[in-house]
Design a protein around this ligand. Structure first.
Ligand code: F6R
Length: 609
């Protein structure tokens, strides 16, 4: 996600901020900016694009001052642009802030503040929050009181760092569900979203707890709860070097991103869930549009296609609307009947995949409306699609996707539920039950991650393996495809996903003694079917690895290993079953000492055919 910095001390803030932001570049960003407070004035310099461009722009400006804030932005609300770049300010520049996260109720806040005469110049959710804080600051004339009042109203996940024009030498911050740390230097103090931004200045840090407010003043750091009461906190010493700090203490970006999935799921759902309801009006899926739909084509490549495969089962089962899934590279060159009343959904993390883009253009040529499920705001597919559902995974650095895949699943579930609701296939109780299940997924994903150690031990058995099979039926087959891809692309262990019923039509002849045969088994009505397929593999010497929900004891005596995932609604099991499979791929690749984040021959964004 975005990178955030705050500084107060004896040095020129702009220099500290620029070099700190440079340490956050690895996270990916599309715009950058700083603000410096001096003599009651806050000077902001920001732009779309690289930090070098910001540095050049700063040369021509007077940014003298020893107190300031900085930001690298990864767009979520509003395209990358100079205007949407942070910092953002209140109308009279009395409050200026940078923000990481999502203000879910920004529309409501904007509406209320518009009634008090506030005007809005950007497309961001952040601006609404800055102006809400400004509104309370004008009443209270006290940053702490303004912040405590504002954060009681702001919904979502956030980390804010702020300047108040008449508070010289002070930087304020607040966090909820996103990281913020305070660094203690000699007569200087820092705030940062990421320890790597300040390691060059200090290793002495305070970790803010959730829902805390922080003040930097006179080189000191103070903490408050959301009632405004001061809180004591202990200083810690960072032991990471700069490189491991970038990875949040994990050995690889892939593992860091695997651990960011709960947050990605929560934020993606939070972005379309308002006042107890799924609201897709912003992506043009109005009730009227839904009732006119004849069918859905979901088009994508690689892991995004595997999401489509899950979505097909979920949408058809919940809503009854026919879904056709297509590999973009095939769809673009096939001559087939296409229905003008269909909706073409293009799923893409990067929004730049050449085949997916070409497939979308083909849909347009046939007069079909398109909806992009996209992670990178302002990417080509996002710009050309008729409407966009942005996933909130944040920048993904590891070539092998994990958190974007998980966020895409959520987008598809939400669409499925909404289609089903509007088509009269869900009563209120079922609608609410499904939503509750989605809301519980983040916690369950984290529960699985707590068990990662056991998968590391199993993976060690396959360090010299040459082949693996991943089996499943229906949704579980879709998950098997993703698990198999994760294994092969980063560990170079040849693996195939097979619809379990197809085993007897050929692939079973490949099973050898000790071969990993992973079975995904989350759909009760198919337990016995897949169990038979797994036993056939076992009797030919396969190592049987099962992923199934707690409470399923099918094959508990026959399997070599059973990994239990928490129970959830059967439509959403992909979100949980994929996690142990991602971890298996990761651990085999690590055991083989491979470059997990940059597997050979692969690129993060496939912009050529
Ligand atoms: C696999 C992976 C790829 C992408 C595929 C599509 O881990 O990341 O298979 O899913 O290249 O990329 P996007 O989603 O950017 O269109």
């Amino acid at each position: 996600m975005c990178g955030i910095l705050g500084y107060t001390g004896n040095h020129q803030a702009s220099e500290i901020l620029l070099s700190g932001l440079a340490k956050l570049e690895y996270r990916g960003y599309d715009s950058a900016g700083i603000a410096v407070l001096e003599n009651g004035n806050i000077k902001v310099v920001k732009n779309k694009g690289r930090l070098q461009a910001l540095e050049a722009k700063i040369q021509g400006e007077d940014v003298t001052g020893t107190c300031g804030i900085g930001h690298t932005r990864w767009a979520t609300h509003g395209v990358p642009s100079d205007t949407n770049a942070h910092p953002l300010w209140s109308d009279d520049m009395s409050v200026v802030a940078v923000h990481n996260g999502i203000v879910e109720n920004y529309r409501e806040i904007k509406n209320t503040l518009s009634g008090y005469g506030y005007r809005f110049y950007s497309q961001t959710d952040t601006e609404a929050a800055v102006k809400l804080i400004d509104y309370y600051y004008k009443q209270e004339n006290d940053p702490l009181k303004a912040l405590t009042r504002a954060i009681r109203e702001i919904e979502g996940s956030y980390c804010f760092v702020l300047l108040f024009h008449d508070r010289p030498g002070e930087v304020w911050g607040a966090r909820k569900d996103l990281p913020l740390i305070a660094g203690q230097g000699e007569d200087e103090a820092f705030l940062a979203s990421d320890v790597s931004a300040i390691l060059q200045y200090t290793k002495q840090v305070y970790y803010l707890d959730n829902m805390e407010i922080v003040q930097l003043k006179g080189g000191l750091v103070r903490f408050f709860d959301t009632e405004g009461y001061a809180k004591p906190k202990e200083l810690s010493e960072v032991t990471w070097d700069a490189q491991s700090a970038e990875k949040g203490g994990f050995d690889h970006f892939m593992m860091k991103e695997i651990h960011e999935q709960a947050r990605a799921v929560k934020d993606t759902f939070g972005a379309v869930y308002h006042s107890g309801k799924i609201d897709l009006t912003e992506i043009n899926l109005t009730d009227e549009a839904i009732s006119k739909l004849s069918q859905i084509y979901i088009i994508a490549c690689g892991s995004a296609y595997h999401v489509a495969a899950v979505a097909q089962y979920v949408i058809e089962d919940l809503s009854g609307i026919p879904v056709r899934i297509e590999l973009a590279s095939e769809f673009r060159y096939r001559n087939m009947p296409l229905d003008e009343n269909a909706l073409a959904v293009i799923i893409s993390q990067s929004g730049e995949t050449a085949d997916s883009l070409a497939a979308m253009r083909k849909a347009h040529e046939h007069g079909i409306k398109t909806l992009g499920i996209i992670n990178v705001v302002g990417s080509t597919i996002a710009r050309e699609a008729d409407s966009v559902f942005y996933t909130m995974a944040g920048p993904e650095i590891s070539v092998a996707t994990t958190k974007a895949y998980s966020a895409q699943l959520i987008a598809c579930y939400v669409i499925a539920i909404q289609l089903a609701k509007v088509r009269g296939k869900l009563d209120d109780a079922r609608y609410e039950a499904l939503i509750t299940e989605i809301q519980k997924l983040p916690e369950k994903i984290d529960e699985i991650l707590d068990e990662a150690g056991v998968l590391k031990r199993i993976a060690a058995r396959f360090v010299n393996a040459r082949n693996a099979f991943y089996l499943g039926r229906n949704i579980d087959y879709a998950v098997a495809m993703e698990g198999s891809l994760k294994m092969k692309e980063i560990s170079y262990l040849h693996s195939e996903a097979i619809a379990a019923g197809e085993m007897k039509h050929g692939p079973i002849s490949l099973i050898e003694k000790g071969m990993l045969v992973a079975g995904v088994m989350t759909q009760k009505n198919l337990y016995q079917k897949i169990a038979s397929n797994m036993l056939e593999a076992k009797s030919r010497g396969g190592y049987i690895f099962i992923v199934s929900p707690r409470g399923c004891d099918v094959l508990k005596d026959e399997a070599d290993f059973v990994f239990h995932i928490p129970e959830t609604d059967e439509h959403f099991t992909a979100s949980l079953a994929v996690i142990p499979l991602q971890l298996m791929g990761y651990y085999v690749a690590v055991a083989r000492k491979l470059d997990v984040d940059k597997p050979r021959n692969l690129a993060k964004s496939v912009t050529v055919e």
